[in-house]
Design a binder for this molecule. Structure first.
Ligand code: 26Q
Length: 766
């Protein structure tokens, strides 16, 4: 069957028909979806092989514990230029593309933004025809499946592999020593297609001995038997000691196998390892793969390269990306963990620490501190040539406060790379209506050159064009409504304003601020203040299983949703929808249907955000704080085309420095705040929810509120109500703002981000 068909550049529907009937050996009408799916897998596989290109010298290795790639069939068909013909062919024979997509299993090999960014980067690398592979782990269960029971989150394992056909087992193996015992890491590969680009690979390592029978209730499992559980789960959190240790095992397994693969590939291409820089660039995605530094030094040592030279080589080859300023998320491991898991790295890490101590007298920059804690980010900054933040504000905060001691030591290492998203998935794939419409106005070039979207700006005063844009949004809202009905049995009104907050549940992202707003509006309606439009507040968010406050926020929102639903006076105006099991597939449905994008993190805390970019590109207006990439979005669209509110990052940083924020004082002083918070434990809420959880959240908000929800509360209400009024009273003006947002989204293409990484850090073209 392989190689039995030839696909021309502009494949027609007729050609696809011939190919599919040839593979299935029957008419398309007679084929089951299983058969068609298998045939299309075969077609994409063959086609993507044609785009494999030789690597001349330097190749990028993007090492990441997470790659949140999402479903692959449609994306690959789009990238290979086959999607339109396949869809037309299927439809001509009474088959639906949607039904076919449902056959595809979703690889959720990531928690959120960091993992999704890695997936967007792979797409852009391949599209730009840059040689760049991913290195990660083949988790048997991706991020847990979220289920709502009694209005609370519970977790189930996600056995995505049972339905997967894309990840291919190879015969390539590497030996990795964990706690003094040898394990065999097997390489699995996934072809990454670029849009009219080249084929690269995502390399995922696994153990042959992993055994899902160690899973107990939900996602709990026996954490002691490494041979059985090493790659069983993607880590959503590290709440207990055994979990932390297992994470170290996973990390070392990934980087040791990865480093061995890199060296062997480079040697095959002609490297003698002294010249590794000519053959490899390694990007370390947050601190999760940081042990690649000492591991490479160790492996180079085994090849006879002395320590000093190995340090120099590794520093030149590796670069580090920081994705957070939350201190608790910067990985720090007690040295005794490393003593247990990777005793072979200890002498190297100790020598690196000694070098640092000789270089600087600043004890806050050491690798192993006096309490015996190993600071992974410190090792990264000292022993890579580049440290980047992921949005302009984030990089400035790293330089000026969080990592200031390092910036003073190495000013030239610090640089910014504002995140981006791939327009192939987040426009072409998820919003075909908008894509076709844009193409009809400005041609197809924007698909590969996102800056071309600017040309849309010339239609900003064209009322008929604006009306078309509003109609597309409405159609997408209808599509989402049907999807919600079909998958969640929830019906929503597409004529209401769709306000969406979808992202991980975390206090700093402040879903609780949105919650308090909704309670406030409930009271306003009860007291006769009817809003100018009905609103549908849509949430999608998973909470880490051990993160109590995050789970309490989910519970409060689900409870409030029911309270409002049962109150006919309020339910005419407000509906709260919490989408169960938010993932890439859900995001692809939700984002095109959004009117108002909620990006309301506490200023200074969201490194960048990438959801904000996806919503903007799909014609939503942003309601946001001046945080992360929101700052750059606001600069791009201008203040009149975005709804900004809240404290500035400087104000927030100052408040933390003075330690003078007392939630209780704000609660006592402000009647609106008091009314909203007290409602959490009102009889009507307790009647539908769980008293203990609601009371715990109230206590958290009034006694701690670490992410300063209350100081931004009134400003948020004002701005949000203004947005709703604008939406209701002047739809043409709203559509004009949406058009400006789309036209200015070009900067947020991950193609631009990758070009900057290449220009400043990787230099792959040289
Ligand atoms: C760490 C230790 C133990 C267990 C888990 C972790 C862990 C896992 C995942 C720590 C962090 C993450 C993920 C972080 C993340 O997604 N950060 C987001 O990265 C995006 C891409 O740069 C940014 O846009 C977001 O602002 C940032 O929050």
């Amino acid at each position: 069957m392989k190689g039995a068909f030839i696909i021309m550049k502009e494949t027609s529907m007729k050609e696809i028909e011939t190919i599919l009937t040839g593979i299935c050996k029957k008419e398309i009408e007679q084929c089951s979806y299983e058969e068609l799916y298998a045939a299309l897998l075969c077609v994409t596989e063959e086609e993507s092989k044609k785009h494999i290109m030789p690597v001349k010298k330097r190749k990028l290795y993007y090492i990441s514990a997470e790659f949140l790639i999402g479903k692959l069939l449609s994306n690959n068909l789009i990238n290979l230029g086959l999607y339109d013909a396949v869809k037309a062919c299927l439809e001509a024979h009474g088959k639906s593309m949607t039904a076919l997509e449902e056959m595809d299993s979703e690889p959720s090999l990531g928690n959120g933004g960091l993992g999704r960014l890695a997936a967007c980067f792979l797409d852009s690398l391949a599209t730009l025809k840059l040689p760049g592979d991913g290195i990660g782990l083949r988790y048997h269960c991706g991020l847990f499946r979220q289920k709502f029971e009694q209005r609370s989150q519970s977790e189930l394992p996600d056995f995505w592999l049972s339905g997967d056909k894309w990840v291919k087992k190879s015969e390539e193996t590497y030996t990795v020593s964990l706690a003094g015992k040898n394990y065999t890491a097997r390489l699995y590969r996934l072809a990454v297609t670029g849009y009219e680009g080249r084929t690269n690979y995502l390399n995922l390592f696994d153990l042959d001995t992993v055994d899902a029978s160690v899973i107990k209730d939900g996602i709990s499992f026996d954490k002691t038997d490494i041979a059985k559980n090493l790659t069983l789960f993607l880590y959503p959190d590290d709440s207990d000691e055994e979990g932390k240790l297992l994470r170290v095992y996973q990390q070392y397994f990934m980087v040791s196998a990865g480093a061995q693969m890199i060296l062997s590939e480079c040697e095959e291409r002609g490297s003698n390892c002294h010249d590794l820089y000519d053959y490899a660039a390694i990007q370390i995605n947050d601190t999760h793969p940081s042990m690649v530094i000492p591991e490479l030094i160790r492996l180079l040592g085994e090849k006879g390269i002395d320590f000093e030279e190995a340090v120099e080589i590794v520093t030149k080859v590796c670069a580090y990306t920081n994705h957070t300023i939350l201190a608790e998320a910067l990985e720090k491991w007690p040295k005794h963990y490393l003593d247990t898991v990777v005793p072979q790295l200890i002498p190297i890490i100790e020598k690196l620490d000694k070098l640092v101590r000789e270089r600087t007298g600043d004890t806050s920059a050491v690798i192993i501190d006096d309490a015996g804690i190993v600071h992974m980010a410190h090792m990264d900054i000292h022993f890579t040539h580049s440290t980047n933040g992921v949005a302009a504000l984030h990089t400035e905060i790293l330089k000026n406060s969080e990592l200031n001691q390092f910036f003073k030591l190495y000013p030239d290492k610090f640089n910014n790379k504002t995140n981006g998203i791939t327009f192939r998935r987040w426009l072409l794939k998820c919003n075909p209506r908008l894509t076709d419409w844009i193409e009809s106005l400005i041609g197809a070039e924007f698909k590969k050159d996102a800056s071309k979207l600017e040309e849309l700006g010339s239609y900003a005063e064209d009322e008929s064009v604006l009306k078309q844009l509003a109609d597309i949004k409405h159609e997408n809202k209808e599509v989402l409504a049907r999807w919600l009905e079909h998958t969640q049995h929830i019906s929503v009104n597409p004529d209401s304003v769709f306000m969406i907050q979808s992202k991980r549940l975390h206090e700093y992202k402040r879903q609780q601020l949105n919650l308090l707003y909704l309670i406030h509006q409930y009271f306003e309606i009860k007291t006769g203040h009817i809003p100018p439009a009905a609103v549908t507040a849509i949430f999608g968010a998973k909470a880490a299983p051990a993160y109590t406050t995050a789970k309490d926020i989910i519970h409060a929102l689900l409870t409030l949703s029911k309270v409002i639903e049962e109150d006919s006076e309020v339910s005419k105006w407000i509906q709260i929808v919490f989408v169960e099991n938010y993932n890439v597939t859900a995001a692809e449905k939700m984002i095109p249907a959004c009117d108002l994008s909620e990006q309301i993190s506490l200023a200074s805390k969201e490194a960048s955000g990438t959801g904000n970019m996806k919503f903007m590109l799909n014609g939503a207006l942003t309601l946001g704080t001046l945080d992360g990439a929101n700052v750059e979005i606001a600069e791009a669209v201008g203040n009149e085309n975005i709804y900004i509110f809240g404290q500035s990052s400087n104000q927030v940083i100052r408040r933390y420095a003075h330690g003078d924020y007392l939630a209780g004082e704000w609660y006592e002083a402000d009647a609106n705040i008091r009314r909203a918070i007290d409602f959490l434990t009102s009889p009507v809420m307790i009647n539908s929810g769980t008293k203990e959880k609601l009371a715990r959240l109230k206590k958290e908000l009034t006694e701690k509120d670490w992410f300063q929800t209350l100081p931004d509360f009134n400003a948020y209400i004002v701005r949000k109500n203004q947005a709703i009024a604008d939406y209701a009273l002047n739809p043409t003006e709203w559509a004009r703002k949406a058009l400006v947002n789309i036209s200015k989204a070009g900067f947020f293409s991950s193609d631009r981000t990758i070009e900057e990484y290449n220009r400043d850090i990787w230099h792959l073209d040289e």
